[in-house]
Design a protein around this ligand. Structure first.
Ligand code: ZN
Length: 453
């Protein structure tokens, strides 16, 4: 039998095809529409920095935006009332991290507000969302028969092991209060390939100085206690190999003018990836000062940056003004970042760029890292215009310079690439900090702050 399409048949066929094409385009567009949000607001009284990624799930994104707006309003109200600048500028940092595993999206929002006095106040808020039932869940929802008594001894065991490991002395009353079941005590938990992780915020089970405590309970201990659907986990595909970085031969850059482009506040999937593609054209390698809070969500791009020969430094975990922190928090901001970077790329960073460039001798001795600031401030975050950013770089470029940029903005990345195209013609080579000091024969000193070489 021969199939013969009538005119109407053909029309229906074409229509169906169009519907499928537009449907796919719509899904693709939606996917690409998930945004990484970075907002900086700065005036003579305060600096506000907000950092989060949309999940693409309306319910969660709405909760995040509400949280961020509430914190901002609270902060600005206080600033308006007090109306004067202390010795340090007021400061609000809101970081939101999402972890996705085992059909759960765990959102951790942390805000740090400095509105005078000695220190920041920290506030944590979390939401756990199950993508299978499309709703929020609580810790009890993980447990078979909501039986908390069964998991409690395992939690305590993990907590005491953690304390022993980190040489923390736990106060029994604090532990009793901080581990008994309540929505507040068990607000933040997430799965990864190692098992279930429960986060205790500062002051919950230990002192402020001991920082945030994350205990991990392996899957084999959770059998018969948590529901099967959470036991499956996404098994890792073999052993995670640590990435390798091959140094390049520096001989051919010896007679060049050298300039180090540095990028703060990332990594960021879209814009950092674009930068990594773009710099290849100029045989460029750059230095990234990454935020610890952004590493987990952007592992792949960090690994790519590192394996392609770029240098990874630390910009601390939460981007707090280090001058406003007690020693224990300074250490945790620095160490947590070094640990999370080392876990992903296998190398502990030895360069630190303090947020806002703020540093003193005490922080230097606590950090025991090389402090790298800059001598070319492109003001890219304010300008948000590639031509102007390019011009700022070209105007101040000279041998040994360190350029400050942020790889979380498209205009900054494009501005940097435009500048590279011009500078290449003028005989510049684009090197990492490590390459720069090798080429110039400099030994870095821990007690110094470097602005250029
Ligand atoms: Zn920064």
């Amino acid at each position: 039998m021969k199939l013969k399409l009538t005119k109407i048949g053909k029309l229906v066929f074409v229509l169906l095809l169009l519907i499928i094409i537009f449907g796919l385009l719509f899904i693709y567009y939606k996917k690409d529409d998930i945004k990484s949000i970075h907002k900086i607001e700065s005036n003579e009284f305060y600096d506000i920095k907000i950092d989060y990624e949309e999940t693409g799930i309306e319910k969660i994104d709405k909760s995040i935006v509400e949280y961020v707006n509430d914190k901002k309003k609270e902060f600005i109200d206080i600033v308006d009332i007090s109306g004067r600048v202390e010795t340090s500028k007021y400061n609000l940092i809101v970081n939101v991290q999402n972890k996705e595993y085992n059909n759960l999206i765990s959102v951790q929002a942390t805000s740090f507000a400095y509105t005078g006095g000695a220190h920041y106040t920290r506030e944590d808020k979390s939401f756990i969302y199950n993508t299978k039932i499309n709703n929020y869940i609580t810790f009890l929802d993980l447990l078979i028969d909501e039986d908390f008594d069964k998991i409690k001894p395992i939690i305590l065991e993990s907590l005491y092991n953690y304390a022993k490991d980190k040489k923390i002395i736990l106060n029994e009353d604090w532990v009793n209060n901080g581990t008994k079941y309540s929505l507040e005590n068990y607000e933040l938990f997430y799965f990864n390939k190692e098992g279930l992780n429960i986060v205790f915020v500062p002051y919950q089970v230990a002192s402020w100085a001991d920082g945030e405590i994350i205990i991990n309970i392996p899957y084999d201990k959770l059998k018969g206690i948590i529901k099967d659907e959470y036991l499956e986990g996404k098994l890792s595909t073999g052993i995670d190999l640590l990435p390798e970085q091959k140094p390049r031969d520096l001989e051919k850059y010896k007679d060049k003018l050298l300039i180090a482009f540095t990028f703060d506040d990332g990594p960021n999937k879209k814009t950092t990836t674009r930068l990594l593609e773009g710099i290849k054209e100029y045989d460029a390698r750059v230095t990234f000062f990454v935020l610890g809070s952004r590493v987990e969500n952007n592992k792949d791009v960090l690994i790519k940056a590192y394996t392609e020969g770029n240098q990874i430094g630390s910009h601390t975990y939460n981007h707090l003004n280090l001058l406003l922190l007690d020693d224990a928090t300074v250490l945790s901001e620095i160490n947590k970042t070094n640990e999370v970077i080392e876990k992903v790329i296998g190398k502990r960073p030895d360069l630190l760029r303090p947020p806002y460039g703020n540093i003193n001798d005490n922080i230097k001795s606590l950090a025991n890292m090389h402090i790298i600031n800059w001598n070319i401030d492109t003001e890219d975050w304010k300008l948000k215009n590639r031509e102007k950013i390019k011009e700022n770089i070209l105007k101040y470029a000279r041998d040994g310079a360190i350029v400050l940029l942020h790889d979380i903005y498209t205009e900054s990345v494009e501005g940097a690439l435009l500048a590279m195209a011009e500078l290449e013609k003028e005989g510049y080579a684009f090197v990492t900090i490590e390459e720069m000091i090798k080429l110039k024969g400099i030994d870095l000193d821990y007690s110094k702050t470097y602005y250029n070489f």
